[in-house]
Write a protein that binds this ligand. Structure first.
Ligand code: PMP
Length: 352
């Protein structure tokens, strides 16, 4: 049986959270002399930002909850999803004692945050098909394992992880959180249901999503974390009070009124992803274009380093993953605008 209290670092539940200035009075009218703000205004003509933002981000959560099929109390918002990645490790892993399990090749911040927090990072490589090596994953998990990180669709490989395998991990890891990072979920197509639909079944499940990809708001730095009310309460207990800035909150609220535009951008990206994949497959220097459920393609070239450098010389910048185990010879290429994708293909054709 999973028990959150037993996997938290011992001091966490007795922490007193930073009490932000306006906890006792939640009204918007009044003379506010409690937070040492500059009452006179702001040093920018772009708006008034002299007051601290809502530490609970209530307006966004109220609008987001029905869209995601969860309650407000099941949502944590972070300064990018990178913030909950770090907070989840800090809430659970005793430095020098506990471990996390990651499944490379995968997103880099799980390991960076693990290392930063002096936590052992156990690596169980994905199979050649970029799926879980389930027996190896299950045997890597022990009573000191506090978080298992599963990225689906996975970065940099682009594929979804088999849900049946994720279920097995969720069932087996009774003394760990299982985080399913769905940063690229919107590009996986309508048949794929988010793991947020499974939160009631699995008290150890945490789902990450972000405004940085399909919503087109990477510069805002806004990540979403969905989990049980108890897990979200812990994240709120340990977060810095004003972790989401006022412009970010305002712009995210506005974005939530533009769901149709987001859907259209996703559809356009998917159409371009197919066109780009076809264009790449026709090139003689390309060995393999991996199937993608994300907004990028993993592509194996005859000589990836040479292609990478020649693309840079033409001011086309992609991500070189050729030194990453299981991605040997591969570049990761984001789907761009139609014109950008044409430019990439034209440069690659001129190299060939
Ligand atoms: N998870 C994955 C799988 C990612 O690829 C990224 C960013 N590239 C993130 C999380 C972090 O996203 P954010 O901008 O929300 O911090």
């Amino acid at each position: 049986m999973f028990s959150l209290a037993s996997i938290l670092r011992p001091h966490i539940l007795s922490l007193t959270p930073y009490s932000s200035a306006r906890d006792e009075y939640t009204g918007t009218e009044g003379v506010f002399l409690d937070a040492n703000e500059n009452a006179l205004g702001s040093t920018t003509s772009a708006g008034r930002y002299n007051r601290y933002p809502d530490p609970h981000q209530t307006a966004i959560k109220t609008q987001l909850a029905p869209i995601k099929g969860v309650t407000k109390e099941q949502i944590f918002l972070g300064n990018g999803s990178d913030e909950p990645i770090d907070l989840l490790i800090r809430a659970t892993c005793r430095p020098g004692q506990d471990n996390i399990v990651i499944l490379p090749p995968t997103y880099g911040m799980y390991e960076v945050s693990g290392n930063l927090n002096d936590v052992e990072v156990r690596k169980v490589p994905l199979t050649a098909e970029y799926q879980l090596n389930l027996p190896a994953v299950l045997s890597a998990i022990d009573t000191y394992t506090k978080v298992v990180w599963i990225c689906s669709p996975n970065n940099p490989t682009g594929n979804l992880i088999d849900p049946a395998d994720i279920r097995q991990v969720l069932a087996a890891a009774q003394s760990a959180l299982v985080v399913v990072d769905e940063a690229y979920i919107d590009f996986a197509g309508p048949d794929y249901a988010s793991w947020t639909t499974q939160l009631a079944q699995y008290p150890n499940l945490v789902v990450l999503q972000t405004f940085s990809k399909a919503w087109g708001l990477a510069a805002l730095r806004l990540g979403m974390c969905f989990a049980s009310v108890d897990i979200i309460r812990v994240l709120n207990l340990i977060k810095p009070p004003y972790n989401i800035s006022a412009p970010t909150q305002a712009l995210a609220l506005d974005a939530l009124d533009h769901v149709a535009e987001k859907k259209q951008m996703v559809a356009d990206t998917l159409a371009e992803r197919s066109r780009l994949a076809e264009g790449l497959r026709r090139l003689p220097t390309v060995q393999q274009v991996f199937p993608s459920d994300a907004n990028f393609l993993l592509v194996r070239f005859d000589d990836a380093n040479d292609i990478f450098n020649q693309l840079i010389d033409s001011q086309v910048i992609v991500r070189n993953r050729s030194a990453v185990t299981r991605c040997e010879g591969c570049l990761r290429i984001s789907v761009g605008t139609p014109a950008e994708n044409d430019r990439l293909l034209a440069v690659l054709e001129s190299i060939a």
